[in-house]
Design a protein around this ligand. Structure first.
Ligand code: PMV
Length: 326
């Protein structure tokens, strides 16, 4: 059986908060890039038996079906297939549920693998909606390159291909390989319910998105970076202000944020962002990579680093390359 390979969709402007919980529609618009270097692999089989349960084996272990049931229910309804179930196997070659957006690549790969198992005409927009029901960020992982997901929408759109801004690079800094204690789903719901600045966040997110989109269209990294910063800092401000604050950051995360600020003072573009986890991702250019990597490697206990192009277009592959899966 062929594997589908996808890459995580890393948000430069964050989706954080749901407009509609059951339909999994985001409350804020997001702007994202595909991370070429990281991969999820998935293959699925369709079983013509409605008494059989849907099954997902993730990195070799069965996962609780509740996390996947809204996805499978929607997919079956939307494709007009009631009496079937799916058996899927999925693997990541990077830490799962640790803040590297594994659910975005995971659900995108699952949607494409189920489409293939159904043997129907390929349709990226439809797969984007299916994936988005599982994890809203996954709706963006169907294209690679630069994508956007509007507030209130389940379906993302490609805005620029992977080659649009070829000098851009991402440095992915792994501060911890552990799974996060609070899921992004749970954390954003707590923010919606209890963060004092939530309605302000909804307004600011629209501005962050509009300005970042314009900076992207002008290929202005400094401007894009400054809007990226407002977006992720705004998202974490919500979490810090909760009655029971959610702290995804580690001391190393703050160390890296300060390191990027220091580099920018010297005129080196190092624009960091973070998601629901302690990892730090730095957007920069190919030319500036050596200076940033040198500084990152100067530490006594070096971080695990990966450098990635912008890309991540889904592909089919016969096998998973050896040594690629953790
Ligand atoms: O799609 P989810 O439920 O995994 O949430 C994604 C949330 C962030 O990664 C923090 C932001 C984003 O837009 O990807």
């Amino acid at each position: 059986m062929t594997w589908i390979r996808t890459s995580p969709s890393l948000a430069l402007i964050k989706y954080w908060g749901k407009q509609h919980r059951r339909l999994n529609r985001p409350a804020t618009p997001s702007l994202a890039v595909g991370v070429e270097e990281l991969h999820s692999y998935c293959r699925a089989e369709m079983i013509k038996d409605n008494t059989a349960e849907d099954q997902v084996i993730l990195n070799g272990s069965p996962v609780t079906v509740e996390r996947f049931s809204p996805f499978f229910e929607y997919l079956k309804k939307d494709s007009g297939n009631a009496g079937i179930s799916f058996h899927a196997e999925s693997r990541n070659d990077f830490p799962t549920a640790a803040g590297f957006a594994s659910s975005s690549s995971g659900f995108a790969a699952l949607a494409l693998a189920c489409e293939k198992a159904l043997n129907i005409e390929p349709d990226r927009e439809r797969c984007s909606r299916w994936a988005g029901r599982g994890s809203a960020s996954a709706s963006r992982a169907l294209w690679g390159g630069f994508t956007e997901l509007k507030a209130g929408s389940l379906q993302a759109h490609p805005i620029h291909g992977p080659d649009y801004w070829p000098e851009l690079r991402l440095i992915l800094v792994e501060t911890s390989g552990s799974e996060k204690p609070t899921s992004s789903r749970e954390a954003m719901e707590q923010c919606r319910r209890s963060a004092p600045g939530y309605s302000r966040w909804l307004k600011d997110s629209r501005i962050n998105f509009r300005e970042a989109r314009s900076a992207l269209d002008r290929q202005d990294l400094e401007e894009l970076g400054s809007w990226m910063q407002r977006s992720y800092m705004g998202m974490f401000s919500l979490m810090f202000s909760l009655p029971r604050p959610i702290l995804y950051w580690l001391p190393e995360s703050l160390e890296l944020i300060r390191l990027c600020a220091g580099l920018r003072k010297k005129g080196i573009p190092a624009w960091e962002t973070m998601d629901a986890g302690p990892q730090v991702k730095i957007l920069t250019t190919e030319k500036d990579l050596p200076a940033i990597l040198r500084q990152l490697k100067e530490r006594d206990r070096p971080f695990k680093l990966r450098v990635s192009h912008i890309g991540g277009k889904p592909e089919e592959c016969r096998s998973i390359p050896e040594g690629n899966v953790l």
